[in-house]
Design a protein around this ligand. Structure first.
Ligand SMILES: O=P(O)(O)OC[C@H]1O[C@](O)(CO)[C@@H](O)[C@@H]1O
Length: 464
């Protein structure tokens, strides 16, 4: 595994005031960092942070691999139904670690593996069109929900089961796999009652920290991702991400830089991979960062309303869409680049006779160009006083991606400590869910319907 963090351009030396971080400011965080570290390690010892130990669980790894092979042999399409933490990590890692056009390739070029679809919305057009393309006999649905009660996933399940049963009768059960809490929740009950194939999400691992459980591992194994190597990379990062000294630990250091930057007014945190394969890592990271750190109440009970706003960008694409704003707009952003040294292949620019203005490119390569553009954008941001740092992967390999995921997860926990909030809850999503239940006439939520009506009806609607 090779992942390194270059944070030169976060420091006052490089970008000056007011955004640059001074060595003293970083140094001053070392002591609080020790306290947060000890607290995390203590909670890990007590079994309260089981995600730390996921990369070492050989039993789960072996059983998931076995089940993955078996399921892969029984379908041409493996379809994940889930949302948020039950979908985004799988989506990100599938894109990173299989050929970009896996689903368009003939079976032999997919190593005989099924196509993988991840349906994470209840848009009737999107869901309906996906079903139109599928054949019940050749499809296996994998329903993933930690709570077992998420309304979007439940509704997808209702439709999928009916669709299977209509075509296959009692055999619908062979085409449905469940991943949920080991004991509680209605999805677990359903799995037991109908004797469906199922896997467990270890209790204590929240959805957005669950990609290295069967939530991500099973679909990825079915699709042919090397999950051994993925977990090995995460295990290797565990050593670095549990070092006690802030300046020795890339997860702690990156969190500290982000938090110091936030305190200086950079409330928007952009993650900008220069890699199509890493594009959806930024989507997964958005949930991790937003749900974990966006909080009204601190651990001491005070109202804080904190949280960096994570933004996803893609290099070079967004240089031609967003970078104008990052360069000259408000001083409210910190950019983290994801750079890649070896893209696994390269394309050399051939000569273009008659087009003299392109001569300077002839003989150079696409890797050189994308890397030059990343470095050029970082330099331009730096010269404009904009904080930025770069995480460089030598390759987009399962080891590196496993390491990156682990790094970001620990970084998020540690940032929660620095912000003084609980990074493991998400109380702010509940109110909207309750209004939805009210609107959908779920028993017990009648009052939410009334409250919704009083909010919506309490003001004159203005529409054009
Ligand atoms: O896995 P579940 O329980 O269906 O939850 C899906 C997502 O919904 C949330 O609870 C937010 O509503 C996320 O934290 C979670 O990843």
């Amino acid at each position: 595994m090779s992942i390194r963090l270059d944070y030169t351009n976060m420091l006052a030396d490089a970008i000056g005031e007011p955004c640059g971080i001074s060595p003293n400011e970083l140094d001053a965080l070392r002591k609080p960092a020790q306290a947060i570290h000890q607290d995390l390690m203590q909670r890990r010892e007590q079994g309260l942070l089981p995600f730390y130990d996921l990369p070492f669980d050989r039993v789960v790894l072996e059983s998931v691999k076995q089940l993955g092979d078996q399921l892969a042999g029984r379908c041409s399409h493996f379809v994940v139904l889930g949302i948020g933490g039950s979908a985004l990590g799988t989506l990100a890692l599938f894109r990173a670690l299989r050929p970009l056009y896996h689903n368009l390739l003939p079976a032999v070029e997919r190593d005989g593996r099924p196509r993988l679809l991840i349906l994470d919305n209840v848009d009737p057009a999107g869901f309906g069109e996906a079903l139109d393309l599928l054949t019940p006999d050749e499809t296996i649905f994998c329903v993933i929900s930690k709570s077992g009660s998420t309304v979007e996933t439940s509704c997808q399940l209702m439709i999928a089961r009916h669709w299977l049963e209509t075509a296959l009768g009692d055999r619908w059960r062979d085409h449905l796999v469940v991943i949920t809490d080991p004991e509680s929740g209605s999805l677990r009950e359903l799995a037991e009652r109908e004797q469906l194939t199922s896997c467990a999400i270890p209790s204590g691992v929240g959805g957005r920290f669950s990609v290295l459980t069967p939530v991500g591992l099973l679909p990825l194994a079915v699709a042919g991702v090397d999950i051994d190597a993925l977990l090995a990379g995460a295990a290797e990062m565990e050593e670095r991400a549990t070092r006690s000294d802030l300046l020795e630990n890339p997860a702690y250091l990156n969190a500290a830089l982000q938090v110091l930057s936030y305190r200086k007014g950079q409330h928007i945190s952009v993650l900008m991979p220069y890699s199509d394969r890493l594009r959806d890592i930024a989507d997964w990271y958005r949930q991790l960062w937003a749900e974990s750190l966006g909080k009204r109440t601190a651990l001491d009970g005070s109202r804080v309303h904190v949280g960096p706003t994570p933004v996803k960008a893609l290099g070079t694409t967004d240089q031609h869409s967003q970078v104008q704003l990052y360069m000259e707009g408000p001083f409210d952003k910190v950019v983290t680049f994801l750079a890649v040294e070896d893209y696994g292949r390269d394309l050399v620019f051939p000569a273009f006779p008659g087009a003299g203005h392109l001569d300077y490119l002839s003989g150079r390569s696409m890797t050189e160009l994308i890397q030059a553009e990343q470095q050029a954008t970082a330099a331009a941001l730096t010269s404009n006083g904009r904080p930025n740092c770069t995480l460089t992967l030598d390759r987009v390999s399962p080891q590196n991606v496993g390491g990156l995921v682990y790094l970001f997860e620990v970084q998020t926990l540690f940032a929660g400590g620095l912000f003084g909030v609980d990074p493991l809850d998400q109380p702010g999503v509940e109110e909207g869910k309750k209004y939805t239940y009210g609107l959908m006439d779920r028993p017990g939520f009648e009052d939410m319907k009334q409250r919704f009506e009083s909010i919506v009806g309490g003001v004159t609607r203005r529409q054009l």
